[in-house]
Design a protein around this ligand. Structure first.
Ligand code: BES
Ligand code: MN
Ligand code: ZN
Length: 497
């Protein structure tokens, strides 16, 4: 999909589909009014028939409207004028995109991005337009031999501004959003791929492709390197698997060497059976998504490198399978982590924190500005926050605030959870420095508390995406969250905006 921004009149735009906004009660936007006048009231007439509710995201397709150069007109409901804020804008964009999938237009010109959204800039409008349309057009059918339905015809989308020159900010926002959408698509595809294809080695190969294409520095550590370093926690998780583990280190340097990097750590369990503490069979297939943290940091890297952002970022991906087997770790086993601290593995299904703790210790060597880990870490986080907010934990409140604001900006929202010392005692062990589980109460908090014991030297935040990284049921599939949040955070943090 090609995106562009143009200053063009809705009357003269030669396009497969002219997309125009209408508020509830038939109130037309500026562009819609202009088009209606040229069409001698044809749009107004169609609306008067009551065929468009005006609810945000509702649509009505008209063909052969006289007086307009466009082949079709798609009227899109924007909801009440006074309620025109973020949710209505997103719904309208999504509604328009879904309608565009169903028609034969090869290109479309959208006049929705020129509508002022309360408290949001024009750049924000452009970013969300691109992301909403890209999201709606994402397909994952590479494993189907018969592609049904056939791919939509739409190849180009123009975001129209009908007055004044196209600003540099709008062009910048477009470039950022197109790259973010590409990063999100990569994350989604990696998430959707099954574990027999998307193995730790496959993720390493994907990192190699990114490195080659965007000229990034790549290092991939294997089992022998991990043994030499003393990553006893990461190694304990991979023991039952026939797939070799990897630690991927991918670096993008877009700013001066003197600028300390942001390090993004992504949990890369390509399949989580639970190990000897075996999971039950129901929905176990969804544990192929347990590498969504890894996918999101690789997606964010692709986005930032693709837009040539002037930032320094390092992606760190510990990746392996969690399998039962004759060689697997067993409940009660004690391992020594890279930090030197010992852990009693009371439950082999609490494996994410075991691979992350060694990666977080490894992150210290990059002298990072901040470290953010992203992980499908706990079912308890899904119980706490459902599928709406990602769980946020941080040992630095300013960092937490920045992440929350970036999430609001990107409509990829987080909710902060406590990381108080009071919870730490739940991790007590009789046999090692700590246990890897803290019992049922506050399961997502004790998981974060476990990680906090390995990040004392870092400005660090943890995102638990167990409820937000994928959808279940009929719509089963990766969401690419939190790619938009990560990209926005890194840019805002570096004041690139
Ligand atoms: N990958 C899972 C977390 C998960 C479960 C995410 C379900 C999304 C949906 C993680 O490795 C895990 O198994 N966590 C355990 C921890 C428990 C043993 C302390 C959990 O949440 O049950
Ligand atoms: Mn698990
Ligand atoms: Zn897991």
């Amino acid at each position: 999909m090609e995106f562009s921004i143009k200053s063009v009149s809705p009357v003269l735009a030669r396009t497969g589909c002219l997309v125009l906004g209408v508020h509830t009660g038939g109130e037309l936007t500026r562009a819609t009014r202009l088009a209606d006048r040229a069409a001698r009231g044809a749009l107004h007439e169609a609306l008067a028939q009551g065929d468009l509710s005006g609810k945000a995201g509702s649509t009505l397709l008209l063909r052969r409207v006289p007086g307009l150069a466009a082949e079709r007109v798609l009227l899109v409901g924007l909801g009440e004028r006074k309620d025109f804020a973020e949710p209505a804008y997103r719904d309208a964009m999504r509604g328009a995109a879904n309608a565009l999938k169903e028609i034969g237009a090869k290109d479309a010109t959208l006049y929705l991005a020129e509508e002022k959204v309360a408290h949001r800039s024009a750049a924000w409008g452009v970013r969300h337009a691109v992301l909403a349309v890209s999201d709606a057009f994402y397909r994952f059918d590479q494993l189907k031999t018969q592609k049904k339905p056939p791919a939509p015809a739409l190849g180009a989308v123009t975001l129209a501004v009908s007055a004044g020159p196209v600003t540099q900010q709008a062009q910048g926002a477009l470039k950022e959003a197109v790259a973010t959408a590409e990063g999100a698509a990569l994350a989604r595809t990696l998430g959707n791929l099954p574990s027999n294809i998307c193995t730790p080695s496959y993720l390493a190969e994907e990192a190699k492709k990114l490195a080659r294409h965007y000229k990034l520095k790549l290092e991939v550590l294997g089992r022998r390197d991990m043994v030499k370093l003393g990553m006893g926690a990461l190694l304990s998780v991979t023991k039952g698997s026939h797939q070799p583990p990897k630690l991927i280190v991918l670096r993008y340097a877009g700013a001066a060497k003197s600028k300390k990097p942001v390090v993004l750590v992504g949990k890369g369990i390509t399949f989580d059976t639970g190990g000897i503490s075996l999971k039950s069979a129901g929905e176990m297939d969804e544990m192929k998504f347990d590498m969504s943290g890894a996918a999101s940091v690789l997606g964010a890297m692709r986005a930032l490198a693709g837009m040539k952002a002037s930032v320094n970022v390092i992606a760190l991906v510990p990746t392996c399978e969690n399998m039962p087997g004759g060689g697997a770790s067993k409940p009660g086993d004690v391992v020594t982590t890279l930090s030197g601290q010992t852990v009693e593995i009371l439950n082999t299904d609490a494996e994410g924190r075991l691979i992350l703790c060694d990666a977080l210790t490894y992150a210290e060597r990059f002298e990072p500005e901040v470290v953010i880990d992203v992980a499908t870490l706990t079912g308890a986080c899904v119980v706490a926050l459902g599928h709406v907010a990602t769980g946020l934990f941080a040992n630095d409140q300013r960092l937490a605030d920045e992440i929350r604001e970036a999430g609001d900006d990107a409509w990829d929202r987080v909710w902060q959870m406590p990381l108080w010392d009071d919870y730490q005692e739940q991790l007590r062990s009789n046999f090692a420095d700590m246990a890897n589980i803290g019992g049922r109460p506050a399961g997502s908090v004790t998981a974060a508390c476990f990680l906090s014991r390995f990040t004392k030297k870092l400005r660090w935040a943890h995102l638990d995406i167990a409820g937000t990284a994928w959808k279940s049921g009929r719509e089963k599939g990766s969401t690419a969250r939190p790619v938009p949040l990560l990209v926005r955070f890194v840019l805002r943090h570096a004041h690139v905006k």
